[in-house]
Design a protein around this ligand. Structure first.
Ligand code: NAD
Ligand code: UD1
Length: 337
């Protein structure tokens, strides 16, 4: 299939595009490069022998979308493009509603006009808000604690309303838990700008000497070792989840929602221990107060994705750390250093 991948040069988009090529699809990557580098295209070419078609542009540019959908003969869309920093969304809510909600609105309108009616959407476990009961099933109550979270909830609502109005639409919303890791070659991975907000890239920068010590946000949570527990999922498992969702969803009416997680929780100290093993030395940490807005624990019930899509996460925490370390130690400054 010819597949438009919005946000295709980003962290998850690049790994998914690579998998699409390997599976015989033709991804067309559209990205405005606000949080990624075009260098990743060379790396995908090295790994697959195919340089994907890339269009530098914005999902809010309707004439551009009309042209790309028509000229590239697009049959389905995987929609990654979004801003994703929770704290930044609290400071700049309008940018998040404009980019994430407004951008998706323009994309859906262009798809409707072009008659392209299959979309796989990047949602997030953040839509479960401050849920208390674990593991999280897709029918758990939804809420949001940040403009970022609200933007994901609003988009899921838009997809639900459109699916109800026209049975020709096929929507899949994938709620990712905590994507980490890198391609096993070490050629592509996550390259956050500035100080990483998320745990794994922060630890990776400690390991490579760019940061002094991990700041552990809270060690008195009601968890086995007192630190926060999350469901980490290897980015290649996540990428494969998109292929499974596309296979299942294409041509199937309605909105389908799936958790993509491993179903297992790991604490901050467990992740630090696993990374220390991967890089071969004990990494330093300091205990800090809890980060505002954090929950103690969050992990998925991934049963539905396994039952319906035949997909499950296969890679272990050790592998996630080993692959992150290979990428980080090969390219300590990311893509353009
Ligand atoms: P990323 O920032 O690496 O990728 C997003 C890409 O979208 C970037 O390359 C960016 O340049 C591009 N982009 C942003 N706005 C755009 C616009 N208006 N037009 C065109 N391109 C635009 O992030 P990621 O980690 O790969 O996340 C991909 C998707 O998954 C996002 O929708 C994110 O909200 C969602 N998600 C990510 C995580 C995570 O932890 N990484 C967790 C849950 C959900
Ligand atoms: C964060 C986002 C969430 C998003 C997810 C994607 C917040 C509040 N939530 O989730 O919306 O979907 O990223 O991956 O930002 N930690 C430290 N030190 C650090 C960084 C993190 O101790 O330097 C701890 C956190 O307190 C948490 C765990 O590590 O217990 C994971 O944190 P992080 O990687 O930021 O992910 P989430 O907070 O789960």
């Amino acid at each position: 299939m010819n597949i438009l991948v919005t946000g295709g040069t980003g962290y998850i988009g690049s790994h998914t595009s690579l998998r699409l090529i390997e599976a015989g699809h033709r991804p067309v990557l559209l990205d405005n490069l606000c949080n990624s580098s075009a260098t990743v295209l060379d790396r995908i070419a090295t790994l697959t022998g195919t340089r994907p078609t890339f269009i530098q542009g914005d999902i809010r540019d309707r004439p551009l979308l009309d042209r790309v959908l028509r000229e590239e003969k697009i049959e389905a869309v995987i929609h990654f493009a979004a801003l994703k920093a929770v704290g930044e969304s609290v400071e700049h809510p309008l940018a998040y509603y404009d980019n994430n909600v407004g951008g998706t609105l323009v994309l859906l309108a262009a798809m409707q006009a072009a008659g392209v009616r299959t979309l796989v959407f990047s949602s997030s476990a953040t839509v479960y808000g401050a849920a208390q009961q674990m593991p999280l099933r897709e029918d758990a109550p939804l809420s949001a604690t940040s403009p970022y979270g609200h933007s994901k909830l609003m988009i899921e609502q838009m997809l639900s309303d459109m699916a109800a109005a026209d049975p020709r639409w096929s929507f899949t919303s994938l709620r990712y838990f905590n994507p980490v890791g890198a391609h096993e070659s070490g050629l592509i991975g996550e390259a956050p700008q500035g100080i990483p907000n998320n745990l794994m890239p922060y630890i990776a920068q400690v390991a490579v000497g760019r940061r002094a010590a991990l700041r552990v946000f809270g060690n008195t949570y009601p968890t086995p070792d007192g630190t926060g527990v999350r469901d980490y999922i290897h980015v290649l498992d996540l990428a494969d989840g998109h292929l499974a969702a596309l296979d299942h969803g294409h041509g199937r009416p309605g909105l389908q929602v799936f958790n993509l997680g491993s179903g297992q929780g790991h604490s901050v100290l467990e992740v630090l221990g696993a990374f220390s093993r991967a890089c071969g030395r004990d990494l330093p940490c300091e205990i800090h107060p809890p980060r505002p807005g954090d929950v103690a624990s969050s992990w998925a019930d991934p049963t539905r994705a396994q039952a319906v899509l035949g997909w499950r996460a296969r890679r272990s925490l050790d592998q996630m750390c080993a692959d992150t370390w290979r990428w980080q130690s090969t390219y300590p400054q990311g893509y353009d250093a």
